[in-house]
Design a protein around this ligand. Structure first.
Ligand SMILES: *Cc1c(COP(=O)(O)O)cnc(C)c1O
Length: 382
């Protein structure tokens, strides 16, 4: 059995005494639901992102995506373009509205949605495109907005990986139609679970605000001023998707600590990128880590050697992952067409440990183990 102390974990949240204090503050206040902490967190996120954006916090990143799609008026009979290489959350968020997620190809250099492929899949039913910031990368987003403008589509960016990134010298979230963040246990900042919808569109923000509280109109404002709605109206389908004050208190602390988290994640990714750059047997994505706060670090292992390397990593107690099985290979989202780049990537990818609690020695060990494997001709030593 692996001792947990030796195990190098793939990902983990970084929480400690400051988060405990924050939780204690809410418990002492005695109100655990959605109130002043969520209000403060939304304000702090708005200030952090800049440009006066509307920020609406919810209980998961998946809920954020679901409510964003719903707020665009998308539902049964509609279609949304989504890259197949993403967490199943993106697909489920679309299908939750009754709309159909249409699996699209990726650009193999960046893993961003291939807009040429996406354009081929547009029909009169297509209402939106959902680019995914895979591994925190968003290189290719301009082309998505060009396509959206040409075909009159909404853009809902799945930015679950890319909190804290910089785009056109602004913070991720400051530019774009609608962006959704995740604050789940292992994302760039965590609320335990959590998510947020960020937009410049006041109508969309209002719809998301109502829909997160069972469609009760203007309930958010009441709760933020310590009241409840007793006499209210409901006109739309809503959900219990709001964020709690406990979650927001965690998130506020994480946001304060984020500069330190971002630096650490960027350092590790740059180190990996540079280190693996010397090997032709291993490819990394074309990502500029000056502008990106990386959530994942994928490597692409050529020549069918991926599973062999995975075994070596596991023998060395280095946790690793496969992000992601393309959604068009899942029974629910099966397509009658192939997506060769997404499938090829799936067969070659390994994601390496990346989180803020990794030690220098642990990162060195990951590099050393892989270097030794390459030196052995991409196989276990005889
Ligand atoms: C984490 C994640 C989500 C969903 O976020 P949750 O907060 O876990 O619901 C959506 N898309 C991608 C790409 C993710 O990694």
């Amino acid at each position: 059995m692996t001792k947990t102390s030796d195990l190098i974990r793939l990902s983990r949240g970084d929480v400690g005494s400051l988060e405990l204090e924050a939780l204690a503050r809410v418990i002492e206040a005695g109100y655990l639901g959605m109130s002043v902490e969520v209000q403060a967190f939304e304000k702090e996120l708005t200030d952090y992102i800049g440009d006066n954006r509307h920020v609406v916090c919810v209980n998961t990143g998946t809920s954020a995506l679901h409510l964003a799609v719903q707020a665009c008026g998308i539902g049964s009979g509609d279609e949304v373009l989504v890259p197949s290489l993403t967490f199943v959350a993106s697909f489920q968020a679309v299908s939750a509205t009754g709309a159909k997620p249409i699996a699209c190809e990726i650009n193999p250099a960046t893993c961003f949605i291939d807009v040429n492929d996406a354009e081929k899949r547009i029909t009169p039913r297509t209402k939106a495109i959902m680019p995914v910031h895979y591994a925190s990368n968003f290189d290719g987003i301009e082309k998505v907005y060009e396509l959206a403008a040409k075909h009159n589509l909404r853009v809902i960016e799945d930015a679950a990986h890319s909190f804290g990134g910089t785009y056109k010298r602004k913070r991720m979230g400051a530019i774009g139609d609608i962006l959704c963040f995740s604050f789940d246990g292992i994302k760039n900042i965590t609320c335990g679970e959590g998510g947020a919808v960020v937009t410049g569109d006041a109508i969309i923000a209002e719809k998301v605000r109502d829909a997160r509280l069972l469609g009760v109109e203007k309930d958010t404002e009441k709760r933020f001023s310590g009241q409840r709605s007793w006499d209210f109206d409901v006109t739309e389908q809503g959900w219990r998707y709001h964020m709690s004050d406990l979650m927001a208190a965690l998130g506020r602390t994480q946001l304060k600590r984020f500069p330190e988290f971002a630096k650490k994640r960027q350092e590790i990714a740059k180190l990996y990128q540079q280190f693996f750059g010397q090997y032709s047997e291993i490819r990394t994505l074309k990502i500029n880590y000056e502008n990106v706060v990386p959530h994942l670090f994928p490597i692409i292992v050529e020549k069918g050697r991926r599973d062999d390397l995975r075994e070596i990593l596991e023998e060395n107690e280095i946790q690793n992952g496969t992000h992601y099985k393309p959604n068009h290979l899942l029974t629910k989202y099966k397509t009658d067409y192939a997506l060769p780049y997404a499938e090829d990537f799936y067969n070659k990818v390994i994601t390496l440990p990346l989180h803020t609690l990794l030690t220098e020695e642990q990162v060195e060990k990951v590099c050393k183990v892989i270097a030794q494997w390459v030196k052995n001709g991409c196989q276990k030593a005889a």
